[in-house]
Design a protein. Structure first.
Ligand SMILES: Nc1ncnc2c1ncn2[C@@H]1O[C@H](COP(=O)(O)OP(=O)(O)O)[C@@H](O)[C@H]1O
Ligand SMILES: O=C(OP(=O)(O)O)[C@H](O)COP(=O)(O)O
Length: 411
């Protein structure tokens, strides 16, 4: 049983839901294309928690983040209301602020069953950077909102590894509970983290976030036999192995340079220390005149194009490793799978998993979308998580700070 209180306990604790305002933290952080948020499984999964609360009569005030300050995906949550409403039989109202008088007025004006989405929490300076939960509890953001609600529910398992105000500041201020996504993802990933495997354990690590991958390798090198690297992170590791790639070729993107500046030393030391466990791409794919083109890593003289996927040779070699594995964990897309021409690496690896008898987990708010996009059967995977960094940290046995503060306040 989870050692935190759930919505079942909230219902037991509440004799009049219609008079109660609950602050529900969800994670609907999603890909953004041309400034427009794209649907993904997170919306549908969190909508079930929202619907349950609305049907019970609670006034539900939603907190969520989108992107990172300065990044292309860092936008207002206003567009997220329409996507959420696709999965709800109630309206989602929106206010373009995170806390303060206007928000307090809007919260106090809600009625039983209403859903009100506040603005992107990362537009509030109290949200970032990570800090001790007690520090985050004393921010104006937490202090202000706590006065106008009766309880806090954290449903954002996929952000539970972040010590941000909206994720760790409220449990010391309010009666706190786990939402349904938090409950199910916690159960599944904790159980997986305790499993033992007799044969080869393989992890494919990709996507865009180097620090997540670095943490995972440092913590799981003793229990994972092979790390197959890909995505933006894989290209940074190629740079650390002296391949002339892994940097931004235009000032319009910032996928590589900042991450390299902050992480190059630790990437190099990981490559040295775990060279026998880490496999890097041997070929990469890019866009040439609107078509997919590939190049062997050994043939790259200089980077003049954006590499968008692992090449076919790499994909086949990764599929071969997966075929013989006892367990495979996927975190982060192997390429820009949202574009079919550059989905080959992600699809090939997922197909190899589906065709094998291995125990498998596919994680990542973005990556898990690929299963549905390319008509694969979710039943071919043992667990498909809408979390990426959080689920993979659960495998390391590292506590998830957002879960720990829920537990501590449930005692
Ligand atoms: N080579 C690449 N260049 C640019 N983006 C990439 C590349 N490979 C993967 N991606 C992007 O990585 C994103 C997923 O990264 P991330 O958010 O770290 O993973 P997840 O959310 O699945 O944990 C996808 O949206 C995909 O487009
Ligand atoms: O998408 C998320 O994590 P993920 O990419 O590991 O799935 C979470 O919303 C956390 O976002 P963050 O990595 O910008 O803190």
């Amino acid at each position: 049983m989870p050692s935190f209180d759930t919505i079942d306990t909230l219902n037991d604790d509440t004799d009049a839901p219609a008079e109660k305002r609950v602050l529900l933290r969800v994670d609907i952080n999603s890909p953004v294309s041309d400034g427009i948020v794209q649907d993904n499984r997170r919306f549908e999964r969190h909508a079930r928690t929202i619907q349950e609360l609305s049907n019970a009569g609670y006034h539900t005030i939603l907190l969520a983040h989108q992107g990172r300050p300065g990044g292309d995906a860092f936008i207002s949550l206003e567009g997220h209301t329409a996507v959420l409403e696709k999965y709800l039989d109630c309206e989602v109202n929106f206010i373009d602020d995170t806390h303060g008088k206007r928000v307090a007025k809007a919260i106090n004006a809600t009625e039983s069953g209403d859903v009100l989405l506040l603005e992107n929490t990362r537009m509030c300076e109290d949200e970032l950077p990570e800090a001790d939960p007690n520090i985050k509890a004393n921010t104006a953001f937490v202090q202000s909102l706590s006065k106008h609600v009766d309880a806090y529910i954290n449903d954002a398992y996929s952000s539970a590894h972040r010590s941000h105000a909206s994720l760790v500041g409220f449990p010391s201020m309010l009666p706190s509970y786990a939402g349904r996504v938090m409950e199910t993802e916690y159960h599944a990933n904790t159980a997986i983290g305790q499993k033992e495997f007799d044969g080869t354990v393989v992890m494919t690590l990709g996507g865009t976030k180097a620090t997540d991958v670095i943490d995972v390798i440092n913590n799981l090198a003793g229990s994972v036999d092979r790390f197959l690297l890909d995505g933006v992170v894989g290209e940074l590791f190629l740079r650390a192995s002296n391949v002339p790639v892994g940097f931004d070729i235009t000032s319009e993107t910032d996928r590589y340079d900042a991450q390299w500046k902050h992480n190059s030393k630790v990437i190099k030391s990981i490559l040295t220390e775990h060279s026998d466990q880490i496999t890097l791409a041997s070929d990469l794919a890019y866009n040439e005149a609107g078509e997919r083109a590939e190049i062997a890593v050994d043939s790259i003289i200089e980077k003049s194009v954006s590499f968008m996927d692992i090449g076919t040779t790499t994909a086949e070699s990764y599929a071969e490793v997966i075929r013989d594995a006892d367990a495979v964990f996927v975190k982060g897309a192997l390429g820009v799978f949202e574009t079919e021409a550059f989905a080959k690496g992600t699809v090939r690896v997922l197909e190899a998993i589906a065709d094998s008898n291995c125990f498998s987990v596919v994680g990542g708010g973005d990556t898990s979308r690929a299963i549905g996009m390319y008509d694969m059967n979710r039943a071919d995977f043992d667990h498909v998580s809408i979390a990426g960094g959080a689920y993979i940290r659960a495998l390391t046995g590292q506590p998830l700070v957002g879960v720990e503060v829920l537990k501590s306040e449930s005692i």
